[in-house]
Design a protein around this ligand. Structure first.
Ligand code: NAD
Length: 477
């Protein structure tokens, strides 16, 4: 059918139209190292044209009644849902994750995200105090730029664009240069539904993010990525007093108490540490295990991981795909090499095999020193330190001894204790007896260097708005 979207050709979208570029690029499938599809490299002129189109479109989009915006955004979801398998396939190829996980991301985006974000309303309030009524209302900010990381290439554009647009803003998605495809396609599918300039997408090189964040007509930057880049985005935003939400890196501790059912939690701890090949902001990145069950739990984790297949996303039963890109592969490979050089023992994994793609085995390093890179820095890959502990007070101190504050988990049958410990952890989310199971229904954000602001949850429209209070004085009426 002529109208069927192509999942092998990809364009920037500016003012409702596909746009190529003189300079083009492509990424590689991290499992096979084969080139994927050609993509344009956006120029500074493309940025200016997209921001101009977004600024123009804002004038009417903000006046479009809320229910009409809702109707159009629902239609966007309806236009995407028939292609869930195709999106799953593209995510698998661009990101490296196993096919089932690619399809999970597509399903999560087109069902969970659309279904939830499109139930949201502005949390307007009315108050009466003495002779006055007060009405609190919300107005959109203008042009929003949604900057995305490479670990969830479809999920992030969707979860940023939906609340931004529903609130009445226009939005330019900037995909990661490592995983541009599913983000470009989901924006393309909106073009027959949304007015030109309301939702656009740009893919480009390392200059693209700074061009967007420095553009004077951009009003809000919703950023997901590393803490180092987040600081640069905050600097750029400061100049124009642009609103900013920063969802940054993590170094999540798991604290395991001796009363747990070791066999039961071992597979969950493995999944929390190694799913998406450890490339998850809230992956378990340090495992603190009570000394009485230290060996027993690590043995059980080794048995659980042994059942997993490391392989290309196309292989049946693959659980752990390759690292997404060469830069991250080399960085994490360096941690494997450092562990070997410094004589840290691996409880399982530990060897780097000679493979064509960017594959690394799930690995637990046994009690490396507290000042080792593996403990102090976010690894963002499948190599995680395990550390024995004996005092609750000390383990809480160790868990908090990091500049990061994204998430943490506490594992115990005693829920009072779990609550007591959780409340002392300096993080935005604490998962009790679980790894993170993403839900758009609850707020998400980091403490300390893990971010500024919150995404998702019942107030997810608010970060995309100005607040305005109307004060009614009865006496003068
Ligand atoms: P990154 O910071 O390298 O890149 C993220 C995005 O920012 C990319 O689109 C990149 O092109 C862009 N960018 C980079 N420098 C920029 C600049 N100066 N101005 C504007 N844009 C710029 O991060 P990454 O390697 O893609 O992702 C991995 C990191 O993201 C990890 O630290 C991970 O923990 C974090 N992350 C956080 C969350 C969260 O919700 N907190 C979710 C996913 C990933």
């Amino acid at each position: 059918m002529a109208d069927e979207p192509s999942f092998t050709s990809f364009h920037n979208i500016v003012a409702g139209k596909p746009r190529g570029s003189e300079k083009t690029s492509y990424t590689v499938d991290p499992a096979t190292l084969e080139n994927l599809w050609e993509i344009p490299v956006a120029t500074e002129q493309d940025v200016h044209d997209a921001v101009t189109a977004a600024k123009d479109a804002f004038k009417s989009w903000k006046k479009t009644p809320f229910d009409e915006r809702l109707r159009l955004l629902k239609a966007w979801g309806d236009a995407c849902r028939p292609y869930l398998k195709q999106f799953g396939e593209v995510i698998m190829k661009e990101n490296g994750k196993p096919r089932a996980f690619g399809e999970f991301e597509a399903n999560h985006s087109f069902n969970e995200a659309f279904n939830y974000f499109l139930t949201l309303k502005f949390p307007e309030e009315d108050h009466t105090v003495n002779d006055r009524d007060y009405h609190v209302r919300y107005t959109p900010l203008g042009v929003v730029v949604a900057i995305c990381a490479w670990n969830f290439p479809l999920g992030q554009p969707v979860m940023k664009a939906l609340p931004a647009l529903l609130a009445g803003n226009t939005c330019i998605v900037k995909t990661s240069p490592f995983t541009p495809y599913s983000g470009m396609k989901v924006v393309e599918l909106a073009q027959k539904i949304l007015p030109p300039g309301v939702l656009q997408v740009l893919s480009g090189d390392d200059r693209l993010g700074p061009w967007l964040t420095h553009h004077p007509w951009v009003n809000k930057i919703s950023f997901t990525g590393s803490t180092a880049s987040g600081r640069k985005v905050a600097e750029a935003a400061a100049k124009g007093l642009k609103r900013v939400t920063l969802e940054l890196g993590g170094n999540d501790p798991a604290i395991v108490f001796p009363d747990v059912d070791v066999e039961k939690i071992a597979p969950d701890l493995c999944f929390g540490s190694f799913w998406n090949t450890g490339q998850v902001c809230t992956a378990v990145k340090r495992i603190y295990i009570h000394k009485d069950i230290y060996t027993q739990l690590l043995d059980a984790m080794a048995r659980a991981v042994n059942k997993w297949k490391v392989g290309a996303g196309t292989e049946a039963g693959a659980m752990v795909g390759p690292m997404q890109n060469e830069m991250q592969y080399k960085k994490v490979r360096g941690l494997f090499e450092e562990a070997k050089q410094k004589g840290y023992a691996a409880k399982f994994g530990g060897d780097v095999k000679d493979t064509k793609g960017f594959f690394l085995e799930p690995t637990i390093i046994d009690n490396p020193p507290p000042d080792s890179t593996l403990v102090t820095e976010e690894q963002f890959g499948p190599i995680v330190p395990a550390i024995p502990w004996s005092s609750e007070e000390e383990v809480i101190e160790s868990a908090n001894n990091t500049a990061m504050g994204l998430g943490a988990s506490v594992w115990t049958k005693d829920l009072d204790r779990a609550r007591r410990v959780a409340e002392q952890l300096e993080v935005g989310s604490v998962y009790i007896n679980s790894y993170e199971k993403v839900s758009f229904r609850v707020p998400f954000g980091g403490h300390k260097d893990s971010g500024i602001g919150v995404e998702c949850g019942p107030n997810a429209l608010v970060p995309f708005c100005n607040m305005q209070v109307l004060h009614y004085n009865f006496k003068t009426a």
